[in-house]
Design a protein. Structure first.
Length: 193
């Protein structure tokens, strides 16, 4: 089984610069592709297909509402003091190291179609990295096969998994879904066009 790691520990400093220091982009009201308004993180969690059984959401201890929503969607919540992507990935994979692979989902990407996520999961094999490609550009989520477990657990700080692509067999999954490139970095990005 491929599990999901939902990264929700970043502080969203670019968003806060525009919206205000007390505004958490993960909790901002956002109209999903289904027309319903929900917090950004809830939209993201709803898009993860049911077949992705094990779900670990990584967030900081000062986000109880993000943790509550994650649990409501069947996630294990991992509270981490660090906001670094490498730290988050390493800690989450360490919680579930026996999976066949890990789907890395960014908490601030609420507009990805579930069908695109399904196709990325289909591309995960023991020794592959599966990535959606929209008009020649790599997007998210990214799936890592089981052979990448040790390398993912060795990540630290702010450094994500991008260096792993250099020596990997990368499965490029062509999708017609602009949601795979659309993250909410500023309040204006809450409106999907």
């Amino acid at each position: 089984m491929v599990g999901a790691i939902i990264l929700a520990a970043g502080q969203g400093s670019r968003y806060r610069q525009v919206a205000g220091a007390d505004q958490d982009k993960l909790l901002a009201p956002c109209q999903g592709r289904d027309g319903v308004v929900r917090p950004v993180i809830e939209q993201t969690l709803r898009n993860v297909p049911a077949r992705v059984g094990r779900r670990v959401l990584v967030t900081t201890p000062d986000r109880p509402e993000v943790a509550r929503l994650a649990r409501a969607y069947g996630c294990e919540v991992l509270l981490l003091a660090s906001t670094g992507m490498g730290d988050s990935l390493a800690a989450a994979v360490a919680v579930c190291p026996a999976l066949e692979g890990w789907l890395v989902v960014l908490g601030d990407m609420p507009f990805i179609l579930p069908s695109s996520i399904e196709r990325v999961v289909d591309g995960v094999a023991v020794d592959t990295i599966s990535v959606p490609v929209q008009r020649g550009e790599f997007g998210h989520p990214v799936g890592f096969g089981r052979s990448f477990g040790k390398a993912l657990m060795a990540l630290s700080g702010d450094r994500g998994a991008k260096p792993l692509f250099a020596s990997a067999k990368v499965v490029e999954v062509e999708v017609e879904d602009p949601g795979v490139l659309w993250d909410v970095d500023v309040p204006g990005a809450l409106l999907f066009k």
